[in-house]
Design a protein around this ligand. Structure first.
Ligand SMILES: [Zn+2]
Length: 309
């Protein structure tokens, strides 16, 4: 049988020109081409699964032009001294919220325009073909839902939604953008590089006059519906995902180093259940010792040649 990757042609996703190719590849860590033997092993692994549980992370979205946090050389931590917002600081400090939202406002047009890549599209196809039982993502960029994924849990929420800390009301982030524009008609700032959560870097004096609205219903604090660092994932969500895991027979990790416990815990649970685990990621992960198969490679390149049968 001729395997699909033996006819693999160079990646031909539509791009808007050479500069956008460069900007996309910017955030993908250096990585050689995945060898045919590894692809064959991964294909066997996927073929043996009938109810596949997939967990994805930032490594999936780097090919869409969104940087990750931890990759050597290209991740946010390696390139800058910026660190994500801490939950307690956001709740405690109006000044921190003003800075956060000003930066998020500037970064939004670029951040919200990112599109799913061939990895997101492949996983959506796997769902449609009945291979994928459930997908859990640690990403907040909405790229799985943009790709049409339905059997999906966004473990850390989604930057495209806003939650009121007072009444719990949920609204669309794009609506808040309109409010920001209306409240800040003369406010101007330039967006630099955008972080995995839509953050950009602005100087303090730039954010001083930025006006942030409160909840229209209760006057409460508005926050992206995203789990900030220092916060914990909702227990109901964790239980829901563990139930989906229990219904699955195989686990595949795609594009995550699993450094954050909220995702890693599902690998521990899968290991307790003696479920076969495979990992597709550039670089080492916290769960390598739990996996029967580890494949290094770009998620989009690899997943688009693995067939869901
Ligand atoms: Zn409210």
């Amino acid at each position: 049988m001729r395997l699909p990757w033996q006819t693999l042609t160079p990646h031909t996703a539509p791009v808007r020109g050479a500069s956008s190719v460069l900007s996309m590849l910017n955030f993908v860590p250096p990585c050689g081409t995945t060898d045919a033997h590894s692809l064959e092993l991964l294909q066997d692994f996927v073929s043996r699964a009938s109810r596949l549980f997939v967990i994805t992370g930032a490594g999936l979205s780097t090919e869409s032009g969104i940087p990750d946090y931890r990759s050597e050389g290209v991740g946010l931590y390696a390139r800058t001294d910026r660190r994500p917002m801490q939950h307690a600081e956001f709740v405690r400090s109006a000044k921190s919220r003003q800075r956060y939202w000003a930066r998020n406002f500037v970064g939004w047009p670029q951040f919200s325009s990112h599109q799913p890549n061939s990895a997101h599209k492949a996983l959506q196809q796997w769902e449609e073909r009945g291979k994928l039982h459930w997908l859990v993502t640690q990403n907040v960029d909405a790229l799985h839902s943009k790709a049409g994924q339905k059997r999906l849990t966004e473990l850390h929420g989604c930057a495209h939604r806003v939650v009121c800390l007072g009444c719990g009301g949920i609204s669309a982030r794009k609506e808040l953008q309109r409010l920001f524009v209306a409240l800040n008609p003369d406010w101007k700032a330039q967006a630099g590089a955008v972080a995995p959560d839509g953050d950009v870097l602005l100087e303090d004096e730039q954010v001083l006059h930025f006006r942030v609205p409160s909840c229209e219903d209760c006057g409460g604090i508005l926050k992206p519906e995203v789990t900030f660092f220092g916060d914990t994932v909702n227990k109901v969500t964790v239980k829901f995902v563990l139930d989906r895991l229990a219904e699955s027979d195989t686990v595949l990790v795609v594009g995550s180093s699993l450094q954050v416990y909220s995702g890693y815990r599902f690998l521990l649970a899968a290991s307790d259940r003696k479920m076969p685990i495979a990992i597709l990621n550039i670089g080492p992960t916290r769960a390598d010792h739990l996996a029967e198969l580890k494949v290094g490679g770009r998620c989009g390149e690899v997943l688009s040649v693995i067939q869901p049968f």
